[in-house]
Design a protein around this ligand. Structure first.
Ligand code: SF4
Length: 235
């Protein structure tokens, strides 16, 4: 029986990216294979977690979590169920069982993966289980930068899920050579859209001007989208 460490389960709007403003059920997993300096998720494998003010013990089985979700939430209300983290794809077996079970009962709700895109085999494994993948490009992380060609190649193999790419950046932006490399890789792989996301909504206008100037010389459209859930002070 698959078990996972859950951080929280809650209903809210999607605050970031292409599907901003849609109502989702978020299942936040604990644990991540990266350690970004700006991470705001507690990945400490907590011994318990809360759903609607009630406490449950970790690790939890798929069956238990499905039972709780069925009693606490009406899945007909949501555009999609967002598997988030942490890095949710670390729990791919758990997610696959969950999606299979939910699909038997509810044909309408979509499945959404929020991932750092570093576990390529997991992305391919989860393709048929997801409808949408939101992939963060971790351009502050050397390994993630080196893995970009492989990531983009694997994304070309997705047959079921659609995906979009987000570039989080802080008030210092990213090194110019890394942005140049990103543009080169996006262009080579025919990817024409990128969402840029200021972390914690801290924006330096000079960095934004430079970024838009750089991308204006390419075929890639960039769109700056704030973290709206933080503006609204909700989860
Ligand atoms: S990938 Fe996401 S969850 Fe993992 S350390 Fe970075 S910000 Fe945190």
């Amino acid at each position: 029986m698959e078990k996972a460490y859950i951080n929280e389960v809650f209903a809210s709007i999607q605050g970031e990216g292409l599907y901003i403003g849609l109502y989702q059920l978020f299942i936040r997993f604990e644990g991540c294979n990266l350690s970004c300096s700006y991470c705001d998720t507690d990945n400490s494998n907590k011994k318990d977690f809360e759903i609607n003010g009630k406490k449950y013990l970790n690790p939890i089985t798929v069956d238990n979590l499905l039972e709780i979700i069925a009693s606490e939430f009406n899945l007909d209300l949501y555009h999609s169920i967002s598997f988030t983290g942490g890095e949710p794809s670390l729990q791919s077996d758990f997610i696959k069982v969950m999606v299979t079970e939910i699909r038997k009962q509810n044909k309408g709700v979509k499945f959404f993966l929020e991932t750092n895109g570093s576990l390529l085999d997991k992305l391919i494994e989860l393709d048929e289980y997801m409808d949408i993948m939101s992939i963060d490009l971790k351009m502050h992380n050397k390994e993630s930068i080196l893995a970009l060609p492989n990531l983009f190649k694997e994304l070309g193999k997705l047959t079921h899920s659609s995906f979009y790419l987000k570039l989080p950046f802080d008030a210092y932006g990213h090194e110019e050579k890394n942005i140049d490399y990103l543009i080169e890789q996006l262009t080579t792989n025919g990817i024409k859209e990128l969402i840029v996301q200021p972390l914690d909504n801290m924006v330096d206008e000079k960095i934004i001007d430079k970024l838009f100037a750089k991308f204006s010389k390419t075929d890639i459209t960039i769109r700056l989208i704030a973290q709206t859930h933080k503006l609204l002070s909700i989860r």
